[in-house]
Design a protein around this ligand. Structure first.
Ligand SMILES: Nc1ncnc2c1ncn2[C@@H]1O[C@H](COP(=O)(O)OP(=O)(O)OP(=O)(O)O)[C@@H](O)[C@H]1O
Ligand SMILES: [Mg+2]
Length: 277
């Protein structure tokens, strides 16, 4: 199992008298190769969960295991950090070097990997995110989407088995968002990398294998996106809106036209509408 959380609770001790329970008795398993979308309202615990996955945070109680290794085991933490690559929200905070190839090489260099292998990885990582032609350039003037793809390449150079994107599309324009999402799906399909995509945008969950909805530190829903979106009333109650395709299906149903509540993908929606005609 790529990820296994067993009754995990995490509390931030703000002061002796004040504690925030960010995750509450959360159990969860993610199989290797899955593309998981993780959504939830502000403060629902998404980033806390992400940080628990690579041992940046350790559970207050319970156990987090990555490929069987507990993040509480000091002998395993190095392996865990190599297995779980994290990309964050701000594209400007994740660049270290002023030349793209140096930036990508930084991770493997720190792992003490030999020069030739680093070269190979830089080339591979850049090609995977479609940025090979920028190898000798400076990242600073690039678009947000390009910078995030470079951030992903930087993480890829460490050869992680799990890629966690914590709102990595949040600050991007629609083009940048779709570029980053496309790269994440390709890495999942072509390289078998397990992807955990944290997002505010429900429509970014459409093509995920699995959609997990967090609410106040607990799992509210965990199913295929199609199944989860059927609970649009409950989702609305926890301040999450279903994608417009689902919204349209709901509105049509209210006037007596049933094209299926689970209709979430554009092609499916078009098929169902055509059948009506
Ligand atoms: N360093 C911290 N100290 C104290 N409380 C914190 C800290 N970080 C997060 N919290 C609290 O823990 C809870 C979960 O926060 P978390 O950042 O995991 O949520 P999130 O779902 O990622 O939110 P967002 O959508 O805003 O990124 C929130 O109540 C938050 O205020
Ligand atoms: Mg967050």
């Amino acid at each position: 199992m790529a990820v296994k959380l067993d009754h995990v609770t995490f509390s931030y001790n703000v002061s002796d008298a004040y504690r925030v329970d960010a995750l509450k008795d959360l159990s969860l398993q993610i199989e290797e190769g899955t593309f998981v979308a993780l959504v939830g309202h502000n403060g629902s615990g998404k980033s806390t969960l992400a940080k628990l996955l690579n041992g940046l945070l350790l559970p207050t109680s319970g156990d987090v295991r990555i490929f069987g290794n507990s993040t509480l085991d000091p002998d395993k933490i190095y392996d865990i950090r190599k297995s779980v690559g994290m990309v964050f929200q701000n594209p400007d905070n994740q660049m270290i070097a002023s030349i793209v190839e140096d930036d990508i090489a930084f991770g493997p260099e720190n792992l003490g990997i030999e020069r030739q292998e680093i070269e190979r990885r830089v080339e591979w990582a850049l090609s995977k995110v479609g940025m090979s032609q920028y190898r000798k350039q400076t990242p600073f003037k690039m678009s947000g989407g390009q910078k995030q793809r470079l951030a992903i390449a930087g993480v890829l150079a460490i050869m992680p088995k799990i890629l966690v994107l914590d709102e990595s599309t949040a600050m991007l324009d629609p083009k940048g968002r779709s570029e980053v999402l496309k790269v994440a799906h390709e890495l999942n399909k072509q390289e078998g990398i397990t992807v955990i995509h944290i997002t505010h945008f429900m429509e970014e969950a459409l093509n995920a294998d699995r959609l997990i909805v967090l609410d106040s530190g607990r799992i509210a829903f965990d199913d295929t996106p199609e199944e989860v979106f059927k609970h649009y009333e409950e989702l609305k109650a926890i301040k999450l809106a279903v994608p417009w395709e689902t919204q349209l299906a709901i509105s049509l149903k209210k006037v007596g036209i049933d094209i299926g509540e689970g209709t979430v993908k554009d092609e499916e929606l078009i098929d169902n509408l055509c059948r009506l005609l």
